[in-house]
Design a protein around this ligand. Structure first.
Ligand SMILES: CCCCCCCCCCCCCCCC(=O)SCCNC(=O)CCNC(=O)[C@H](O)C(C)(C)COP(=O)(O)OP(=O)(O)OC[C@H]1O[C@@H](n2cnc3c(N)ncnc32)[C@H](O)[C@@H]1OP(=O)(O)O
Length: 227
């Protein structure tokens, strides 16, 4: 039997939580005030679309092109905006963020990391900070690490079988320079639970096992009606 990937595990956990439109048979009733999202499956080339856009983001912050090239880039970007704008949809209806087999679940906002493990005992992701995420002198921008940790903690809560929660606080210790364009691994888990409060921890390491940053967050389960 083939081994279950992190993406498979994430999909299975989510499928187990699916409920009917009228809420009957809801075994995952604590959504707070969140709507119940139906995952939107990406088409076969959606991953390539997001990756191409990410490449563009990298180039946006790493090129110094002549003015005539910038003028052509504006024209082509405007054409792209015109192409896509008719397909804008409300929150929860785009494939962005729902496709666990894609880096960053297919959302250009998220770090392009892939889920390697998704279980009650924790979530592991692997990936790189890219040129787009550069802070200074080869290091990832300090603001991009909380983004990685915050999204990871959301998944940790989901994988742990806990109801929807929001981040009350998120603390990051920057232990060593986090390099861009270098493969890294992040692990997150629920450390302890007190009622609605889940205290989560995470560690970001390089492939030699060096601790680059660690984080602790308080994830607070939403009450009915809480947004
Ligand atoms: C197929 C597809 C599957 C894919 C798989 C999907 C995975 C899916 C991933 C999603 C990933 C997104 C994850 C993003 C998660 C965010 O980033 S959410 C955005 C950032 N956070 C926010 O905007 C939260 C804003 N704050 C709030 O809305 C409200 O403060 C909250 C969180 C609802 C809590 O409000 P409240 O119910 O009034 O709670 P309150 O009574 O004040 O506090 C409850 C308890 O927590 C304590 N507390 C509250 N705040 C703090 C604090 N800052 N410090 C210490 N203690 C605190 C209180 O003291 C209290 O303790 P007890 O007295 O009960 O012991």
């Amino acid at each position: 039997m083939s081994e279950q990937t992190g993406a498979d595990a994430a999909r299975n956990v989510s499928a187990d939580r699916e409920i009917s439109a009228d809420g009957a048979g809801d075994d995952y009733e604590h959504h707070g005030g969140f709507p119940v999202y139906e995952p939107v499956k990406a088409g076969p080339n959606y991953g390539t679309f997001v990756e191409t856009f990410r490449r563009l983001q990298d180039l946006m912050v790493s090129t110094h092109a002549p003015d005539d090239v910038i003028d052509r880039a504006i024209e082509q970007t405007e054409a792209l905006v015109e192409l896509l704008a008719p397909y804008e949809v409300p929150e929860g209806r785009s494939p962005a963020g729902f496709n666990v087999e894609l880096p960053g679940r297919g959302s250009a906002l998220l770090l392009p990391w892939k889920i390697e493990k998704f279980g009650e005992d924790g979530v592991r992701e692997r990936g790189m900070f890219r040129r787009y995420h550069l802070g200074g002198n080869g290091a990832a921008h300090g603001g991009t690490l909380p983004l990685l940790f915050d999204d990871l903690f959301g998944m940790v809560i989901h994988a742990n079988g806990r109801p929807i929660a929001r981040t009350g606080y998120l603390h990051v210790n920057y232990r060593k320079i986090t390099p861009i364009e270098t493969e890294l691994v992040v692990d997150g888990w629920v450390d302890r639970v007190e009622g609605r409060k889940a205290y989560c921890k995470a560690e970001l390491r390089d492939l030699d096992g060096n601790l680059l940053a660690d984080s602790e967050a308080l994830m607070i389960q939403l009450l009915p009606g809480q947004q």
